[in-house]
Design a binder for this molecule. Sequence first.
Ligand code: AHR
Length: 492
Amino acid sequence: MARLTVRLEDRLGTISPMLYGHFAEHLGRCIDEGFWVGDNCEIPHTRGIRNDTVAALRKLRAPVIRWPGGCFADDYHWRDGIGPRDSRPRRLNLWWHAEEPNQFGTHEFIDLCRRTGAEPYICLNVGSGTPEEAAAWVEYCNCAGNTTRAAERAVHGHPEPFAVRYWGVGNENWGCGGRFYPDDYAREYRRFACYLRGRSSSPIELIACGHTTPDWNRKFLETVGDLRMVDHLSVHRYYNCGHAVEFSDTEYYNLFPRALQVEADILDAAAALAVYNKTGRKIGIIVDEWGVWHPEARGDSGLYQRNTLRDALIAAAVFDVFNRHADKVTMANIAQTINVLQCVAQTEGGTMWLTPTYHAFDLYKDHMGNAALRLDVADAPTVEARTGDGKAVQQPVLSASASLGADGKSVVLTVQNLHLTAECDCQVRLQGGKAGKVAARILTAKDVRDHNGPEAPNKVRPKRFELTAKGSMLRATLPPHSLVSARIGLSS
Ligand code: AHR
């Protein structure tokens, strides 16, 4: 019997809703078709943006969408995407080998964000752009005054500033974002950051490009020097093991340590910040691209891949890491919202279906804004797995996180049994509280390789689940490869 202790008095920090964020790039069918279908399309839409994918994100209470890339961002010139759509230029989408019609630009992105309820996060072009181009975009979006750029925004239909808060200063600038060395990027970063804040009438937060090699982060932070210019440091983490659907049991287990490497990324970035951040203010860590990138997601197929229950369980284990480090991680954005990589929904023409990963988001969404609680797990069985570099590790079969609602009256507990064949009996103790009403849901399927598609859109979806509660103790038997989310009312 595995024993979980939820410590109600031991709060680890507020789980920013932004940890459950999204990323949408001009790539494959993410923007075009996933969101944007244009004004003359039979697929139900509002101002060219399809209604079904918007409704799906609204239901998740999607907190933030990062746009326009990814690699695309450092080759994107924002003026191409404003003004009358029929006179916008057609460009090469350099990194994703396509042509970019620029029908979805800044105004369409803000419209998407307003309709989904998400905050916009715009990634600026450092690799092939200039500080002036970037600052002009900030001014165009956020200036409340009467400058020519603000007036131009009004002519295009938006007299009120967009008040975009989050601005990324480039993307993967160690790679597609300009192939910088860390100290060179740091110098560019200083130059860009110098001109951005002053152009905005509302507060903005700047996100610097970090890396999963600690050396990059340290050199970058050291050379920037004045870290008042940095609000967040971003890292990316992708992983895979075997085929998207026909993976072996061994590959299933081996994917967990690869995904959980994100915890080391967060701790490495935090360690670098602890050395260099002498400002006395917090610099957050943003994981603004993460997820499973299966071998079938290739450039020529628009990084489309099938998404099984395994991917949802992996996402849940990663959410547990984010929740555990709620004091350090300020945002995370899954790659990528619709039709690309570990997306939450897929489309074929006018048909849309939700992926198992969508349901993992749905089961975790009640953590958003709560206080993360310390959760101790004892006596959980383990399975042998191998890391990306072949090291054998004992992977606990239970992954869990718990949080306390803002009003202090309920606990959200998410717990998964990743074992492929064995049930897991769990006993949960609420230390410092008693359970009242409990409502729980479970996400599982006959086979961990099950996935949704146009013919079977609901093959993998959550169902109600029974948990027994008595005083401060709860008990449940988790089926193999399952994820449970419970909202536990606290009684006095
Ligand atoms: O998400 C696909 C690509 O992965 C992004 O464009 C890039 O930032 C990363 O390498």
